[in-house]
Design a protein around this ligand. Sequence first.
Ligand code: C5P
Length: 402
Amino acid sequence: MTLKGKHIVLGITGSIAAYKAAYLLRAFVKKGAEVQVVMTPAGKEFITPVTLSALSGKPVVSEFFTANDGTWHSHVDLGLWADVMVIAPATAASIGKMAHGVADNMLITTYLSSKAPVFIAPAMDLDMFAHPSTQNNLNLLRSYGNHIIEPASGELASHLEGKGRMEEPDRIVAIIEEFFASQQALAKKKVMITAGPTYEKLDPVRFIGNYSSGKMGFAIAEACAQAGADVTLIAGPVSLKTTHPAIKRIDVESADEMYDAAVSAFAESDAAIMCAAVADYKPAVRCDVKMKRSADDMTLQLVPNRDIAAALGAIKREDQCLVGFALETNDEEANAQSKLAKKNLDFVVLNSLQNPGAGFRHDTNRVTIIERNGNVTDYPCKLKSEVATDIVSLLAQYVNQK
Ligand code: C5P
């Protein structure tokens, strides 16, 4: 009964795969969930609401009003009731409407009103699925934070072979179970994260900085908070916002300020993820007034900043976990291995600037995780939010073993 008491809104749209929704519904109910079915008008052409209301024990919702007595079904109440919304099968048409907010039926209005996480299981013919329009819409939905359950490849209702078959109900149930388990993965844990660049002041108007946007660190902070952790996010100068109430944000500017904030937060933390692109050097002297231009060459004297990750590695307790990042342009794995040892990290997340879609300012990243025990795992190019989820699930294994 791993889904005991969970409220699931199951959205069913007009695809031949709608027959599988009955198995899916039955499996959710067997796991202890309460399921409310919401169907599009086309969905009802493929499977009868009578079957679904018998399996769920609740009348199926499909129209804004019940025709015979004028009862109004509130999509807002349904959206708030849900712990999760699962749309399976999702047709190309419904995916397009969700991506663009075309709220012309009960299912799409419920989707738009829902604050719960949304899982979408597409089902369609291979060419429809591969069409750039469908793929762009799916990418839009991913960018809103929705989870896409990739369709499988195989024989389709059209008798063609290819990618487009709705994922099997048992697998969808397992994905939803894993999702709820992941929300508890860091429960009662404290995680500190550094993110963004540092600015090293030259004078009141100039600094030495770098291109880090902070997106990866902020995505990790969000993923840790979603996994139930109390998060302290120490952020260099970035233009990003944090929304999760479990994230306490400390804004800093220089490496020295970040060092002080990190050392003080680390003592109370179960884990620290060093995601910031800390400047290696700072100016030896900082001018109190704006430096003036002259006709002569100018030489800046720089002195090294302290290595925050290495400092935390040196004071790390047995019960703490320390994770670093390595952004490399050459000899990637060897450099990352040496950082792992030098900074006393538990694992290091390597991203190479040679990989398209990886590194600064992108919304995507492609990483390799190298663990102290010798495990090396390559991940495909993914959204930074998805990379963050991968990092957090590995972190949870470490933290829960300590
Ligand atoms: O040695 P390098 O700067 O490449 O190491 C990168 C890792 O060390 C990252 O996790 C980064 O956040 C951390 N670091 C740090 N303080 C520094 C330099 C790097 O915490 N001064």
